[in-house]
Design a protein around this ligand. Structure first.
Ligand code: FMN
Length: 306
């Protein structure tokens, strides 16, 4: 087993978000001070079969800690992918045991990994046995309203997982209601493995509480949408550019990632809508974004409205 892993400092991480935390968004969050960025969830099976679109998700050059998140319930697929060298750009391999989506759970992946702990142990063992990189697991309170996160975390610890990220909602809760704040403390008391808090972190007060109870870091998900500078804000760092510069930088990152104006245009639209979320005339502006026809018009819109 590896030497016990420890973060050098309290971590502010960008949470993995499917359809959101692509290369361009990870880059801009790293620019604003994220200490760790995590890819979208990536299917181990798809990587095993060299799926080109999935392999593109592995592009990385952020200067912070870089984590790739895998999912899948087949220990052999995980072993093959991890030992193939294609994850070598990454510092950390994270494993998804929390996705609540029907399609994923129906295939025994994501939060369904909290149902069959014996098989999940095999998957994590195959991860552990095939890499010397730190490995982590991201999970929920439980599934089928069976709250088993402590038992689950102890299994992970036993396998030699280096840190744990808890999103303290059940699969059934999805993203609704509030996280169970008491669960993080209970988890920290139950294991000797570093714990990262994921769920509803929006401001310095939340971070202060997470620090007080002994978390090793926080992950920021939805609050970073249209707001990658949240990392600088939480770390009380000066932001020396305006919103227009941020939006343009993000858009240009995306353009260099996709290399195609059409793909950039269609993928950036949702980000542009998020950037407008706190504008007083957001409803009208969002309507205009939805009727934009091409990337040039998008640049014009940003120039005139952001
Ligand atoms: C659009 C979206 C996509 C997500 N995709 C993933 C994912 O791929 N892997 C994962 O572990 N969690 C995923 N999550 C969950 C987040 O990482 C995070 O745990 C959750 O949103 C709670 O944190 P927040 O309140 O800071 O958003 C996703 C969440 C959202 C909103």
């Amino acid at each position: 087993m590896n030497k016990k892993f420890k973060f050098k400092k309290f971590i502010y991480a960008l949470a993995p978000m499917a359809g959101v935390t692509d290369f361009a968004f990870r880059e801009i969050c790293a620019d604003f001070g994220a200490d760790m960025v995590v890819t979208e969830m990536i299917s181990a099976k798809a990587l095993e079969y060299n799926n080109a679109r999935t392999q593109k998700m592995l592009k990385e050059n952020s200067r912070c800690l870089k984590a790739v998140q895998l999912f899948g319930h087949d220990p052999k697929a995980v072993a093959k992918v991890v030992s193939s060298g294609i994850l070598d750009n990454f510092d950390i391999i994270d494993f998804n045991c929390g996705c609540p989506a029907k399609k994923i759970v129906g295939n025994n992946d994501g939060s369904a990994m909290m149902r069959n702990i014996n098989n999940t142990r095999k998957v994590l063992e195959s991860l552990r046995n095939n890499t010397n990189k730190p490995i982590s697991v991201k999970f929920r309170l439980g599934i089928d309203n069976n709250i088993n996160y402590i038992e689950f975390a102890k299994m992970c610890e036993d396998v030699g997982v280096d840190f744990l990220t808890l999103h303290a909602r059940t699969r059934e809760q999805g993203y609704s209601g509030e996280v169970d704040k008491s669960a993080y403390k209970k988890l920290i008391e139950a294991v000797n493995t570093p714990v990262i808090w994921s769920g509803d972190i929006t401001n310095s007060k939340d971070v202060k509480y997470a620090k007080e109870i002994g978390c090793s870091g926080v992950m920021i998900g939805r609050e970073a949408l249209g707001n990658p500078e949240i990392f600088a804000k939480l770390k009380h760092k000066k932001i020396d550019c305006d919103k227009k510069e941020i939006v343009l930088k993000h858009l240009n990152n995306m353009r260099s990632y996709f290399g195609s104006d059409d793909a950039t245009f269609s993928y950036f639209k949702k980000h542009l809508l998020w950037y407008l979320k706190n504008y007083p005339n957001a409803t009208e502006l969002k309507k205009q974004v939805c009727s934009l026809l091409n990337l040039q018009k998008m640049y014009d819109f940003i120039e005139n409205n952001i």
